[in-house]
Design a protein around this ligand. Structure first.
Ligand code: AP5
Ligand code: MG
Length: 198
């Protein structure tokens, strides 16, 4: 089965588009942001640690994050195929993800990169912040999250381009148009994988 990374800046539409992909292709969704927000809601020890980073727009340290992800991946969900949303966010995380998947006899099939102009990202997140209740959806933290994305996460684009896995998508159009474009790319990848098995 295929494992996909949905990649992009905060507010680029990773969560929104993941829902369409799950519906169309039946993949299992792992959103590290959602996992952490659930822990915060439960007021667990991990949630308390995560909250300190998230509310400031900082990344959770790699070692902790990789450990969390490792516990979320098992053979059952890998049989279905996984869409990774919000992970990896650093080169260290990308290398760890590859190792985790290779150890389980699989790999990443594609990285779907949602490319969105910065003014649109801020606009979308400020708008969502009016009702989301997310501690990181205020203007100051939004700017910080985008800066962290540029410093730590954007270099992954070149990393995955070199691996031949990066598929850029114009993420600045309508939700429907973006979904159709992603669907075109994924359909091709799924066909290739299916042919490789024959
Ligand atoms: P995470 O939850 O991953 O948040 P994020 O990357 O900041 O992105 P968002 O979830 O805000 O945006 P999205 O790209 O999913 O867009 P969405 O579909 O929601 O991470 C949160 C925090 O957790 C991090 O800052 C970090 O602290 C921590 N964390 C998580 N993973 C980590 C990791 N691996 N390592 C370390 N730390 C980690 O859309 C946004 C809005 O725009 C919505 O309101 C939506 O309705 C709207 N919208 C979407 N598409 C369109 C469109 N085409 N047109 C108009 N509006 C649109
Ligand atoms: Mg999201």
């Amino acid at each position: 089965m295929v494992n996909i990374v949905i990649f992009g800046a905060p507010g680029s539409g990773k969560g929104t588009q993941s829902e369409f992909i799950i519906e169309r292709h039946g993949l299992h969704h792992i959103s590290t942001g959602e996992v952490l927000r659930d822990e915060i809601a439960k007021e667990s020890e991990l949630g308390k640690i995560a909250d300190g980073y998230i509310s400031k727009g900082h990344l959770i340290p790699d070692e902790l994050m990789i450990d969390i992800l490792d516990k979320l991946i098992d053979d059952k969900i890998l049989r279905k195929g996984v869409i990774f949303d919000g992970f990896p966010r650093t080169i260290n995380q990308a290398k760890a993800l590859k190792a985790m998947l290779n150890n389980r006899g699989t790999d990443i099939s594609a990285v779907i990169g949602l490319e969105v102009p910065e003014n649109l990202l801020v606009e979308r997140l400020v708008k969502r912040g009016k009702e989301s209740g997310r501690s990181d959806d205020n203007e100051e933290t939004i700017i910080n999250r985008i800066q962290v994305y540029h410093n730590n996460t954007a270099p992954l684009m070149d990393y995955y381009k070199q691996e031949g896995l990066y598929f850029p998508i114009d993420g600045g159009t309508t939700i429907e148009a973006i979904s159709d474009e992603i669907n075109g790319v994924l359909t091709e990848i799924l066909e290739k994988e299916a042919n490789a098995l024959v």
